[in-house]
Design a protein around this ligand. Structure first.
Ligand SMILES: [Zn+2]
Length: 73
C-alpha cells in the first residue's frame, strides 16, 4: 500500500515545519498543499485510517473543537 500520510509519518523527525505545525500522539497539524487558501491547515491522523469510522473514541475526542489543550502539548 502506498499512502502519503503513512510515508510522511515514518519520517516524522525530519519533516519540514509545514508538515508538523503541531502534533500529539494521535494527530499532526500540517499545511494543506494544493489549496487556493494560503495558511489552510489540516489535521492528519498519525496512523493509517481510511474513514472516520476507524478512529477510536479517544482520537475523535482529541480532534473535537473546544477540547482543552492544543495538539502541540
Ligand atoms: Zn496511511
Amino acid at each position: 500500500m502506498d499512502c502519503y500520510v503513512c510515508r510522511s509519518e515514518e519520517q516524522f523527525d525530519t519533516l519540514p515545519p509545514r508538515e508538523r505545525v503541531a502534533a500529539d500522539e494521535h494527530w499532526r497539524v500540517v499545511h494543506a498543499f494544493d489549496s487556493r487558501l494560503p495558511g489552510w491547515l489540516v489535521l492528519v491522523p498519525r496512523r493509517h485510517v481510511t474513514s472516520i469510522a476507524e478512529l477510536t473514541d479517544t482520537r475523535r475526542r482529541a480532534s473535537a473543537p473546544g477540547r482543552s489543550g492544543s495538539p502541540g502539548r
